[in-house]
Design a protein around this ligand. Structure first.
Ligand code: NAD
Length: 260
């Protein structure tokens, strides 16, 4: 149980981040949500989760492309909750194009949100974790942190970079009660992947079901999407005392994709 602990989950207004935030709250942790979306819908989500779990749920609108806003989000969570014990760096975006046509601004944006934001959030949260000698940093990378696919140069570079950052931080805090790990999911059926299914269906003139079977899940040997529940359960385990010796790891949850 995470009762009495506090967490920030970046990019938690949707998809994987929301699933992880809900699981942490249901396990007793106070949670700061973050991400974009319609203000009234986010407030509804926040209030609903708080009412359901009885723990304090806050929200920060910080843009993960803006270092100053990331620093402020961490300070705000520390002031509100008294600590940030768990940091889940999850916010991420995707853009697909051949490298020679890849827009410079998309490259910069993906590197900022998918990689550099992790550095800024860790840098801001680590001093408090070190003072308390307790902390869990979990970076949501991707199977694309371990292997590549064509047309995803920025995403693959950012996710590989996230694994490098994870290992470095883990070594720097190895003698403390803090761990730093990355989870490398295969495909999870979230709005980010729904967008890719639609795009590929248009590009290949296929039905969405054909794209799921022939394109998306073609790389995943077990031929099924990873569920939010499976991911959230791994995060909860990494947050537990039993996971203190797991650090600097890149944990695949990809139905065998990276075993090929
Ligand atoms: P999603 O699009 O459903 O959610 C992304 C979240 O990030 C949203 O809450 C969005 O508002 C937020 N976000 C985007 N830009 C932001 C910014 N600048 N500042 C703050 N928040 C921002 O995506 P998802 O599929 O849930 O992906 C979440 C993470 O998991 C990403 O890092 C993604 O790379 C990774 N991932 C996803 C899959 C998958 O199959 N869905 C697989 C492997 C890894």
């Amino acid at each position: 149980m995470l009762k009495g602990l506090s967490a920030i989950v970046t990019g938690s207004t949707s998809g994987i981040g929301l699933g992880i935030a809900e699981a942490l709250a249901r396990d007793g942790a106070k949670v700061m949500l973050n991400g974009f979306g319609e203000a009234s819908q986010i407030e509804r989500q926040r209030a609903q989760l708080q009412a359901e779990t009885g723990v304090q749920i806050a929200y920060s609108a910080a843009d993960m492309a803006q270092p100053e806003q990331i620093r402020r989000m961490v300070v705000e969570a520390e002031q509100l909750f008294g600590a940030v014990d768990i940091l889940v760096n999850n916010a991420g975006i995707q853009f697909i194009a051949p490298v020679e046509e890849f827009p410079d601004e998309k490259w910069a944006q993906i590197l900022a949100i998918n990689l550099t934001s992790n550095f800024h959030a860790i840098k801001a949260a680590l001093p408090g974790m070190k003072r308390r000698n307790r902390g869990r940093i979990i970076n949501i990378a991707s199977a694309h942190g371990l292997i590549a696919s064509p047309f995803k140069s920025a995403y693959v570079a950012a996710k590989h970079g996230t694994l490098g950052l994870t290992k470095t931080v883990a070594l720097e805090v190895a003698e403390t009660g803090i761990t730093c790990n990355a989870i490398c999911p295969g495909y999870v059926r979230t709005p980010l992947v729904e967008g890719q299914i639609k795009e590929q269906a248009r590009a290949h003139r296929m039905s969405e079901q054909q794209v799921i079977e022939a394109v998306i899940l073609a790389s995943q040997p077990n031929k099924r999407f990873v569920s939010l529940q499976e991911l959230a359960d791994l995060v909860l385990f990494l947050c537990s005392d039993s996971a203190i010796s797991i650090t600097g790891a890149a944990l695949p949850m990809d139905g065998g994709w990276t075993a090929r």
